[in-house]
Design a protein around this ligand. Structure first.
Ligand code: ARG
Length: 459
């Protein structure tokens, strides 16, 4: 096949060079956006008098036909075409003859690929936002169902203070709200049209890039044509936002993996989201959570690919930029897949409150409350802290917990201890007393759920 760009050279390239240069194997996924962009371009050319209305109509009818045929699988991508842009143009020319060659007037593949990618990512990010919203709802519902389920809260993975499972889950809900707003924010900056930048310098034709921008649903146009064709900041921003999102899913996964181990047994994953072992009959493995944790590395890698591709290239377009696509496509696919499996895994996850409660009773997690109790009796906090530390040391030595120390034993540490201390260290009371904003007390947790509900309603 003669190269579309034959002229300056004979257009005869080495087969290996062709394969190396070709991007159709991965950029063909943008065919819909490529055709939509071309239709907007051809209509604009007619509106500006560069093409006649009939010419533009004939081009757009043929483009619509190509889109239909591709959708229906009647037309397949030719691997010999260099990229999706060349492919569509070649088919168009095959179908309507010389008129097809007019489509590329006042346009370059440089602004074409830039507009395709923005359109494609806009669709994908919107889908990811809806998947994220589904996950946020699932986390919110699990949290609401567990506002009174007491578990140990951890620091250093050591039992620290009593919290509720609902409160703990809401921490992830908060992260997801940030993931959502981060993507929405990136979308705003991304949603400007580079079409009309042409190769890099703009065009001599009397075109109007505002027309194509409006037709394609952009909020505006790139204000500098050189930037228009060479900007991939939106890819970097999206990959950074995806990386943060995956980091959250990965931390959540790590906890789910721990929680479903026999050492914790705080949750039971639904059978549908676990796997067995080929040799050990007793195994029920949290593979989905492990894979999400593992795939986080891929997405971080994609971010670094993008940053590294961009760091050394001079303005404006360079072929290095073709390498942007596989990285961002891989990240998009990975994030979507992870969210699709994560949401039902969370929604069907069964908490085991008895086990959480048992764990909460073992780790002296009410020690801070006991110190606060002494503070209430007029003892300075630092001294109260020391006394309670001694009580805990005594318990550890004698196989006791704070709840089972006798009044007599307590009195031997400090005469200010009294019968009311037992209520002060009761785990439910410890939780309920944490009424500070954002705290683990029920009233505070319910307010956090209200916040998530308002967020989900778009308030
Ligand atoms: N396949 C190319 C890419 O993905 C399209 C732009 C090609 N532009 C060029 N001047 N060779 O970046």
């Amino acid at each position: 096949m003669e190269k579309m760009w034959a002229g300056r050279t004979a257009g005869e390239t080495n087969q290996i060079a062709d394969d190396f240069n070709s991007s159709i194997s991965f950029d063909s996924r943008m065919y819909r956006q490529d055709i939509t962009g071309s239709m907007a371009h051809s209509s604009m050319l007619a509106a500006c008098g560069v093409l006649t209305a009939q010419e533009s109509e004939a081009i757009n009818d043929a483009l619509a036909g190509i889109l239909e045929d591709l959708d229906a699988g009647r037309l397949t991508f030719d691997p010999a075409a260099e990229d999706i842009h060349m492919f569509v143009e070649a088919v168009l020319t095959e179908r309507i003859g010389a008129l097809g060659k007019k489509l590329h007037t006042a346009r370059s593949r440089n602004d074409q690929v830039a507009v395709d990618l923005r359109l494609y990512l806009r669709d994908e990010v919107n889908e990811i936002l809806s998947l994220l919203t589904d996950l946020l709802k699932a986390v919110r519902d699990q949290a609401a169902a567990n506002v009174s389920v007491i578990m140990p809260g951890y620091t250093h993975l050591q039992r620290a203070q009593p919290i509720t499972f609902g409160h703990h889950l809401l921490a992830y809900a908060m992260m997801l709200t940030r993931d959502i707003t981060r993507l929405e924010d990136a979308l705003k900056r991304m949603n400007v049209s580079p079409l009309g930048s042409c190769a890099l310098a703009g065009t001599t034709y009397p075109t109007d890039s505002e027309i194509t921008a409006a037709a394609l649903g952009f909020d505006g146009i790139c204000l500098n044509s050189i930037d228009g064709v060479s900007d991939r900041d939106y890819c970097v921003e999206l990959l950074a936002a995806f990386s943060a999102l995956m980091m959250h899913l990965s931390r959540f996964s790590e906890e789910i993996i721990l929680w479903s181990s026999w050492e914790f047994k705080f949750v039971e994953l639904d059978d549908a989201f676990t796997t067995g072992s080929s040799i050990m009959p007793q195994k029920k493995n949290p593979d989905m959570a492990e894979l999400v944790r593992g795939k986080t590395g891929r997405v971080y890698g994609d971010l670094f690919t993008m940053l590294t591709v961009l760091k050394g290239i001079p303005l404006a377009y360079n072929k290095d930029m073709q390498e942007d696509k596989e990285a961002i496509f891989d990240a998009v696919d990975t994030v979507k897949m992870c969210l699709k499996v994560f949401t039902p895994m969370i929604a069907t996850m069964k908490p085991l409150p008895e086990n959480m409660k048992q764990a909460a009773q073992k780790g002296f997690i009410n020690a801070t409350d006991l110190a606060d109790y002494l503070v209430g009796k007029g003892i300075p906090f630092r001294q109260a802290y020391k006394t309670v530390g001694q009580c805990v040391g005594y318990c550890v030595k004698n196989g006791k917990v704070l709840e089972t120390l006798t009044m007599e034993e307590y009195k031997s540490f400090d005469g200010n201890f009294d019968e009311d201390l037992y209520a002060a260290i009761d785990l439910e009371n410890c939780v309920e007393k944490r009424i500070s904003k954002g705290g683990t007390g029920k009233a505070s947790v319910l307010k956090q759920i209200d916040y998530i509900d308002a967020f989900l309603k778009g308030e």
